[in-house]
Design a protein around this ligand. Structure first.
Ligand code: NAP
Length: 258
C-alpha cells in the first residue's frame, strides 16, 4: 500500500511510519521541517519518501495536497496524525487559532482536495474530544481559547465532520474512521514552567509511541467507515450532527472549497 502519514517525523506518527515500512508498505512521510523529515525517512526500515508541508495555513495545506498528488497518484491510506496541544493562543497567517487550523481545518481540506485519489482515511483523534465545547463563532479564532480545553474543542470539530465524510464517500467505497491512540509519551503539549515539569514527570509512566502506533496501524486495513475506536475497541461516537453540519459549511468557506 501507499500510505501517507502527516506529522510523520516524530512521536506516534514516526512510530506509525516505522511499523508500516517494516510491514513492506511504501510510506510517504509528511513533515513541515524538511531536515527533520529527511532524518525520519532515513531512520525507517523500508521504502519511504518525504513530502514537505505545513498544515497551519490553508495555502500550505493546498500546496501539500498538490505535492502529494504529484508524489502519489493513488493514496491507499491517508493517516491524519499531525496535531498540537496549544498552551497559548497563536493565530496563523489566516487569522485562525493554530490548533483549530492543524487539528481540524487541515485534515478537512486535505480530504476534500485529495478525495479523488484516496481509498481510506484514518483520523488520529483524542478521547478528550468528548470534553470539547466547540463554538463555530469563537473557536476558529481562539476567542474562547483555554490552554486545556482548546485541544479538546478542536478535536471535537474534527470528529464532528467525520460522519459527513463517511456518508459522502460511502457509495464510492472510500472509508474513514477515527482512533484514539491511548495516552502516549510524546512531545504533545510540552510546555515550560512548573506545569511542564509535572507533565514531563507524569509522561514517564505513559505508553510508548510504538504502543500508540499499534491501533492506528491496525485501522489502516479495517473495512469499516464512520466509526470511532478507543485504541482497538469500537465505541459509539458522541457528536452533535447539527454542530457537524455547521462546521462542515464553515470549513468549506475557510478552506476556499465552497
Ligand atoms: N500523545 C498522546 O497521548 C495522544 C493522545 C491522544 C491523541 N493524540 C494525537 O496523536 C497525534 C500525534 O501526536 P503525538 O502525541 O505524536 O504528538 P507530537 O509528538 O507532538 O507530534 C506531533 C506531530 O505533528 C506535527 N505538526 C504539528 N504542527 C504541524 C503543522 N503546522 N504542520 C505539519 N505538521 C505539524 C509535528 O511536527 P513538528 O515536529 O514539526 O512539530 C509532529 O510531527 C495528534 O493528532 C494527537 O492529538 C496523542
Amino acid at each position: 500500500m501507499n500510505v501517507v502519514v502527516t506529522g510523520g517525523n516524530r512521536g506516534i506518527g514516526l512510530a506509525v511510519c516505522a511499523e508500516l515500512a517494516r510491514q513492506g508498505h511504501r510510506v510517504v512521510v509528511v513533515a513541515r521541517d524538511a531536515v527533520k523529515g529527511e532524518q525520519a525517512v532515513r531512520s525507517l526500515p523500508g521504502e519511504a519518501v518525504l513530502v514537505q508541508g505545513d498544515l497551519s495555513t490553508v495555502a500550505g495545506t493546498r500546496e501539500l495536497a498538490d505535492r502529494l498528488g504529484a508524489a502519489c497518484p493513488e493514496i491507499d491510506v491517508l493517516v491524519h496524525n499531525a496535531g498540537l496541544w496549544p498552551s497559548r493562543r497563536v493565530l496563523t497567517a489566516d487569522g485562525l487559532e493554530e490548533a483549530f487550523a492543524v487539528n481540524h481545518l487541515a485534515p478537512f481540506t486535505l480530504n476534500r482536495l485529495l478525495e479523488g485519489r484516496l481509498r481510506r482515511v484514518v483520523q488520529v483523534s483524542a478521547g478528550l474530544y468528548v470534553k470539547g465545547r466547540a463554538d463555530p463563532g469563537r473557536t476558529p479564532y481562539g476567542l474562547d481559547f483555554h490552554p486545556l480545553r482548546t485541544y479538546a474543542d478542536t478535536k471535537l470539530c474534527n470528529v464532528a465532520v467525520l460522519p459527513i465524510f463517511a456518508e459522502r464517500w460511502r457509495a464510492r467505497g472510500l472509508t474513514i474512521d477515527a482512533v484514539h491512540p491511548g495516552v502516549i509519551n510524546t512531545g504533545l503539549g510540552d510546555r515550560k514552567g512548573p506545569v511542564g515539569l509535572l507533565l514531563k514527570a507524569a509522561k514517564r509512566f505513559w505508553k510508548t509511541p510504538a504502543q500508540g502506533a499499534a491501533p492506528v496501524v491496525a485501522l489502516t486495513t479495517a473495512q469499516t467507515t464512520g466509526r470511532y475506536y478507543d485504541e482497538l475497541t469500537e465505541i459509539p461516537m458522541s457528536v452533535d450532527h447539527e454542530l457537524g453540519a455547521q462546521l462542515w459549511e464553515q470549513a468549506e468557506k475557510l478552506s476556499g472549497i465552497a
